[in-house]
Design a protein around this ligand. Structure first.
Ligand code: PGA
Length: 243
């Protein structure tokens, strides 16, 4: 743990407010900033807070650009469990961000290599990610970068582990409907963000959080690479905090 700032909060609302402060500051400093966004249950209080702050006139999303971490392979944008749909319902439909300024990997891409390359190029053409939001999986994944023998660089296709499919089956009718593959920004894409904020709640994340920031840096715990990023803010609740 070299550079990471750690905030231990009392409840999800406090986490949402603290994380929203970072987004508000980034957008105030640069109205057309590029934010990296994440799906999952943990970011939801943050998204509610961002919506409320724009309604209250504190934030203006009209010039902001956003790039999401990942998408399930094989799901159409309007599929109820697609990450595009998740973002529309939980954030984009309620703020002034322009549709053309939101990108999510295309789950139906026919030419996967071309889609992944274009995704990286789009982020680069926007000038790179200013502030990246991350959750963490029980196996230490960020985006859908699962434990491997190396840190994958750029946006690519991944096979989902059984642990991840099992964790996400709560959103599907049955485990058989959970996709077996996904497209995700690489670890290199994530590490290129100027600032990173990770949000983590719940006792079930305590052990992986300890390994991530207080254990060795290893691709077996993909998020552990964040120890080498110069500007990471970790916001976790008391249940997830390992000490
Ligand atoms: P969660 O997902 O916020 O729903 O726990 C986190 C993740 O898998 O990255």
């Amino acid at each position: 743990m070299i550079h990471t700032r750690v905030h231990v909060v009392n409840n999800p609302e406090e986490m949402g407010r603290l994380a929203a402060d970072l987004f508000e500051a980034a957008i105030q400093a640069k109205p057309a900033c590029v934010i990296g966004l994440a799906t999952g249950s943990t970011p939801l209080p943050l998204y509610r807070e961002l919506i409320a702050r724009e309604k209250a006139g504190r934030i203006d999303f009209s010039k902001v650009r956003s790039a999401n971490l990942d998408e399930y392979k094989g799901l159409a944008p309007d599929h109820p469990q697609s990450y595009r749909r998740f973002m529309q319902e939980n954030l984009f439909d309620h703020i002034s961000i322009r549709p053309e300024n939101t990108i999510v990997p295309d789950g139906l891409a026919a030419d996967i290599d071309a889609m992944c390359k274009a995704y990286e190029e789009k982020i680069e053409s926007w000038g790179g990610v200013d502030l990246q939001l991350l959750g963490i999986g029980h196996d230490g994944h960020i985006g859908f970068n699962e434990p491997e023998d190396h840190f994958p660089g750029m946006t690519h296709e991944v096979q989902l582990t059984e642990m991840t499919r099992d964790a996400n089956k709560r959103f599907f009718a049955s485990i058989d409907e959970v996709p077996t593959a996904a497209f995700t920004m690489g670890i290199g894409t994530v590490m290129a963000a100027r600032k990173i904020v990770m949000v983590v709640t719940g006792e079930d994340k305590r052990e992986i959080l300890r390994k991530t920031f207080w254990g060795p840096v290893t691709p077996q715990v993909p998020a552990s690479i964040l120890q080498f990023h110069p500007d990471v803010t970790l916001i976790c609740d008391k249940a997830a905090y390992p000490f």
